[in-house]
Design a protein. Sequence first.
Length: 202
Amino acid sequence: MINRLDDTFVYILTELKSILGPIIIIVLVLTIIQILINYIKYGGKIFDVFKKRKSINITYDSLEIIIKNLKVYYKLIKINNGQVILLLESGIYVLYILDYNGIITGDIKKDTLVLKANTENQQKIANPVYVINNQIKKLEKIVNENIKGYVLLKKGCLFSVLNRTDIKVIPANAFYYHFSKFIKNKKLSKKQIDEIYEKIVA
C-alpha cells in the first residue's frame, strides 16, 4: 500500500514538472520580452526606480505622501536643505528632514554639529535645532501663532545630542503616528491656512 502511494506521488510530481516546466519558461520569456519592449520605448528611465536618487527628494516626496494620507487640509512650503514649513488646521510646524546616515553629536546651542559616519569619516553639518529656531523667529514676525518645530530623522541616523529645547526629534517613519494623534485639535480654519501661506510665500 505504501509503495503504491509512493509511486503515485512520484508520478504526480513528474507530471507536474512536465506541465509546469514549459509554463514557467513561457512566463519568463514573456516577462523578458515585456522588459525589452519597455526599455526600447522608455529607454533607461524604466530602471530609474532602482537608481539612488538624491535622498532628500525621496524623503520630501515621502513626507508629502504621508501628509496626504492624514486626509487633512494642508499647505507645504519647501524652504531649502531639507527644511519644510507645514500648515495644518492643528497649527504651524517647521520641519527639518535630517537626511544622513551615522551618529550626530555636538552642542545643541551651536550652529553646527558633527556627523560621524564611521571612526574615520566625520564632517560638520548644520544644527537642525538651531536652524528651526531661527526659522520660527522669522515666522513669528509674520504670523501671530504658536509654531512648533520637529527634526525628522531618516532610518540609519542617530541624533546623540542632549536636546533641552522645545524642538522635538523623531524618526521620519514615526511622523504619521505622531501627527495623527493631534490633527483633530483644530486651531486654524482652511481660510486662515491659506492666508498664512500667502504671507509666508509673498
